[in-house]
Design a protein around this ligand. Structure first.
Ligand SMILES: O=c1[nH]c(=O)c2[nH]c(=O)[nH]c2[nH]1
Length: 308
């Protein structure tokens, strides 16, 4: 919200970025559970005097925000999702400080996964996976909520059932039509939940972790198709749309989904020697993988009644 200050419109927020915290929980039976989070906080608060009058008396110190992350992590005696922790932090800042009108908390979870040794899940051993679970929540003093979750760095590839043809051709077009190519991407997807108040959130423990895994599965199943047959992709655009639509079709508490899918090209390799003999003739087998430059394709899809 812009404020009128000395004849100007003025907007401000302050916070602490990239606070790293890990939390371990130990079950009675001796199994350990752990998370590692990177937390960023930004507060919208009435502290204009700090900007205009050198008066910090309304400032929540960003150092205090950092300490609060550790204090709240300590208080969480049960395992919880990034979404729940973000809401808990945001709720604290908006209810504890009269000056704070709104809190924005974003968290990226590092993908530590329990290892198996000799086919048995290890009690306290973890290895780093690849894609990351993310969230951004905005909480107002009234309890009104905006909650977005996401997945980052989901690298997917299929070696066939992908093509691209019928696009505009003009004098700068070199790309041939094809019905046979590799399709590789790194999916970034975020989705907005339709919960609009911190008081109407699902109470089920780890609900949002379950949702995250379910959304990831729907995205991947749609990308790949069935295990034997697969599914033909006529373009990244078409596959991206099918993936977004599948998420909205499946999850009724998701009102908006945004998907970004770079097209990471695998270029056919054809090599001839100086006397024009083929060294390598491309037969859908030898490729030059490249990520620069790459196609960049993104879209968002929301229900008619929903907010973006
Ligand atoms: O799936 C694709 N979409 C495009 O827009 C595009 N453009 C391009 O050169 N190759 C591709 N592939």
């Amino acid at each position: 919200m812009a404020k009128q200050v000395e004849g100007f419109n003025f907007e401000q927020q302050h916070g602490k970025a990239r606070v790293r915290v890990a939390r371990v929980w130990r079950s009675k039976e001796g199994r350990h559970f752990m998370v590692e989070w990177n937390v960023s906080i930004s507060l919208l608060s009435d502290c204009i005097k700090a900007y205009t009058d050198d008066d910090n008396s309304d400032i929540v110190a960003t150092d205090t925000m950092k300490n609060t992350v550790y204090a709240k992590a300590k208080e969480c005696t049960e395992q919880l999702s990034v979404e729940e922790f973000a809401v808990l932090l945001a709720k604290h800042f908006t209810s504890f400080y009269s000056q704070v009108t709104s809190a924005i908390v974003t968290i990226v979870e590092k993908p530590w996964e329990r290892v198996s040794v000799d086919g048995q899940p290890h009690e306290h051993g973890f290895k780093l996976g690849s894609e990351k679970h993310t969230t951004e929540v905005v909480v107002q003093k009234s309890g009104s909520l905006k909650m977005i979750s996401g997945i980052e760095g989901l690298a997917l590839l299929k070696t066939t059932k992908s093509g691209f043809e019928g696009f505009i051709t003009d004098k700068t077009t070199a790309l041939p039509d094809t019905r046979e190519r590799m399709l590789a991407t790194e999916v970034t997807c975020s989705w907005r939940y339709s919960y609009e108040s911190i008081y109407s959130l699902p109470r089920k423990p780890l609900y949002f972790n379950e949702r995250y895994l379910d959304v990831k599965k729907v995205l991947m199943d749609t990308f790949f198709g069935s295990s034997k047959e697969g599914v033909y992709s006529p373009s990244v655009q078409s596959t991206l749309y099918q993936m977004a639509k599948a998420v909205l079709g499946r999850f009724h508490d998701i009102s908006m989904v945004r998907v970004k899918m770079p097209n990471l090209h695998f270029l056919p390799v054809n090599l001839t020697n100086r006397v024009k003999d083929a060294i390598v003739k491309f037969e859908d087998d030898v490729y030059l993988p490249t990520d620069e430059p790459h196609g960049s394709i993104e879209a968002s899809l929301s229900r008619f009644w929903s907010k973006m």
